[in-house]
Design a protein around this ligand. Structure first.
Ligand code: PGA
Length: 263
C-alpha cells in the first residue's frame, strides 16, 4: 500500500517522544488524547519509541485521530543489520509514518545525506510517510549561506523521489541550534526564508517547523507563508501540551478558511 498524498490545506502537528516513556506512560498519553476526535484540516502524528509502537497503535485505533510512526528505520529491506529495523518491518508493526535524519541521529549515529536519501526511498517503498528532518548548525547560521545548505540537504533527501511522490513526504525544517534543552527559540523572521524556499521548491511536500516550538510561539510559526505544520519535542510530551498545540493549529486552519471565504 502506498502512503497517502498529503494536503496543502492541512496542518500537520507531530511529536517525537525521542527515547522517553514506558508502555504504561504511552497508554496514559493516548488515553488522554481521546479528547482529539479529529478536525478537518489538522492531522496529528505521534512517534513513540519502538517499544511502545504496538501499544500506541492499538490504543489509538478507531478512538483517536492520530497517525503513529517510528523515529528511524533502516533502508535495507532485510538482512544482516544487527539491532536495526527495516521500513517494511515498521509498516508490518503498524507504523504509518517514519522520521528520517533527525539532527540527533545525524550528530550521534552518523546519519548522512546519503543514508537519509536511501531511507526516504525505502520508506516510500514500504508505504510509510517520511518525515525528513533538515536544518543548519549554529556555526552555519552565523557564517551565512544556511538557506543554500538546507536546500542542498533537502535536494539530496528528495533525490530518489519522483514528482508524484513528493506529495507523500513531509519536510521538517529544524535548525539544529533551536532543538532541545540547549536550543534557542528562533524568531519566526529568522526561519521564514528557509520555509518559503522549501515550499516553493517542493510545493507538494508540506513543510513543518520544529525546534523549541511551544504554545507561546506555535501560532507565529504556523502563520508563516508556506508553513504546513509543526514538529514538537518537549512541549508535546504531556498530552495536555500536545492537545493545546493541536487546538492552536485548529484556530489557524479556521482563520485561514475565514480569509478564504471572505476573499
Ligand atoms: P524540541 O525538539 O521541541 O524539544 O526542541 C524538537 C525536535 O527535536 O524535533
Amino acid at each position: 500500500m502506498s502512503a497517502p498524498d498529503l494536503s496543502q490545506d492541512t496542518l500537520y502537528v507531530g511529536t517525537s517522544w525521542k527515547m522517553n516513556k514506558t508502555r504504561a506512560q504511552a497508554r496514559e498519553f493516548i488515553t488522554a488524547m481521546s479528547a482529539w476526535q479529529g478536525v478537518s484540516g489538522v492531522q496529528a502524528f505521534v512517534l513513540p519509541p519502538l517499544t511502545a509502537l504496538h501499544e500506541v497503535t492499538g490504543r489509538a485505533k478507531d478512538k483517536v485521530d492520530v497517525w503513529v510512526g517510528a523515529q528511524n528505520g533502516h533502508f535495507a529491506a532485510n538482512g544482516a543489520y544487527t539491532g536495526e529495523v527495516s521500513m517494511r518491518q515498521l509498516a508490518d508493526a503498524g507504523a504509518a509514518v517514519v522520521e528520517i535524519g533527525h539532527a540527533e541521529r545525524r550528530a550521534q549515529f552518523s546519519e548522512t545525506d546519503e543514508s537519509v536519501a536511501l531511507k526516504v526511498r525505502a520508506a516510500l517503498d514500504a508505504g510509510l510517510t517520511p518525515v525528513v528532518c533538515i536544518g543548519e548548525s549554529a556555526l552555519l547560521r552565523e557564517q551565512g549561506g544556511f538557506v543554500d545548505f538546507v536546500m542542498g540537504q533537502a535536494l539530496q533527501a528528495m533525490s530518489g523521489v519522483s514528482p508524484d511522490e513528493a506529495a507523500k513526504v513531509l519536510l521538517a525544517y529544524e535548525p539544529v541550534w533551536a532543538i532541545g534543552d540547549e536550543g534557542q527559540q528562533a524568531t519566526p523572521h529568522a526561519v521564514a526564508d528557509v520555509i518559503a524556499s522549501l515550499h516553493s521548491a517542493w510545493p507538494m511536500s508540506p513543510v513543518i517547523y520544529g525546534g523549541s516550538v511551544d504554545a507561546g510561539n506555535a501560532r507565529d510559526y504556523l502563520d508563516l507563508p508556506g508553513c504546513g505544520g509543526i514538529f514538537v519535542g518537549r512541549a508535546a510530551w504531556e498530552p495536555e501540551g500536545f492537545l493545546e498545540l493541536l487546538g492552536i493549529a485548529r484556530h489557524v486552519v479556521n482563520a485561514r478558511k475565514e480569509i478564504h471565504l471572505s476573499t
